[in-house]
Every structure is written in C-alpha cells, then in structure tokens.
Write a protein that binds this ligand. Structure first.
Ligand code: ZN
Length: 160
C-alpha cells in the first residue's frame, strides 16, 4: 500500500498493486476461513500460475450439492457463479476444500471420525464437479484438498 494521501481532508489509501482488468483464467471456489486464504492465493497464482476470480463462502463448493434446508444456498450461489462466468469468461473452476472445515463440522456434528469427515468433503467435491460439468459445458474442473502438513505449511492434494 502506498502512503496515505489526503484529498480534501478525506484520507485515501492507494494499493501498491497496479489495476489489471484482464479476464481471469479460473474461478476459485473455497471456504472463507482465514488460515488458508494467503496459502490459496500463493498456490493458485504461483503453483498453478493462474489469474483468478474468487468465490469464498463457508463450506466452499459444498453449495453445489446442498440439499434439504441447505438447498437455498445452491439456489443462491449457482446463479452467482453463472453471473461471474458470463462476465469474466474464465476457462476453469477450481474447488478447494479445507481440512477441519467449520461449515462441515457444523453440518456433520462431533460423532464422526477425522477420516470420515475428510471423505465426506472429498465425496462432495467429486459430486460438485458433476454438477459444475452439467451446468457449465466447456469448463474444466480441478479439485483440491488443503491441509496443514504438520511442519507449519499448508499442502494441496489434488483429487482426481
Ligand atoms: Zn471451511
């Protein structure tokens, strides 16, 4: 961020990142939990080399497969993703689930093993890919599971 300037007595802050109106390569859909945010940016921009739009909501891509009382999220968020796609013309969607996701913890309760918890997230990612493929022809979809690796870093495992 550039130093604060003042115009007519109102403080202004100018980002040190230049304005870049190019269309993104991808839309990244992930959860809103902060401890993964900077790592997701790093992974997608440097690891995958993509310029991307972001759609961050609790539970990430879970809304694509939401049923029952959660169906309203699917009804709200799928049109939002379509809106972004129509305007921004990205070629792929990347869905990233986060280990220990609070949205899933709330949904699944406490009586579930860590393995079953993760498996449910992965199953939902795979189902979400089917929904995305049906809703958005000609878009490629990649799925990743993010988790701390035990050494203080976050690793991204691709779900094939
Ligand atoms: Zn989460």
């Amino acid at each position: 961020m550039k130093p604060e300037t003042s115009v007519a007595g109102k403080p202004r802050f100018i980002s040190s990142v230049p304005w870049n109106p190019q269309h993104p390569d991808a839309l990244v859909i992930h959860c809103g939990y902060f401890p993964y945010q900077l790592q997701i940016d790093d992974f997608v921009s440097k690891g995958l080399g993509l310029v991307f739009d972001r759609f961050a909501v609790p539970g990430g891509a879970q809304f694509f497969v939401a049923g029952g009382v959660q169906y309203k999220y699917k009804m709200a968020d799928v049109p939002r993703v379509k809106f972004l796609h129509e305007g921004h013309k990205f070629q792929q969607i990347i869905c990233i689930a986060d280990a220990g996701c609070g949205w899933y913890a709330d949904m699944l309760g406490k009586n579930i093993s860590q393995e079953a918890f993760k498996q449910r997230q992965i199953d939902d990612l795979v189902k979400a890919r089917s929904v995305i493929t049906a809703e958005f022809q000609n878009l490629s979809v990649r799925l990743f599971f993010a988790q701390p690796n035990g050494d203080g870093w976050v690793e991204f495992e691709e779900i094939i």
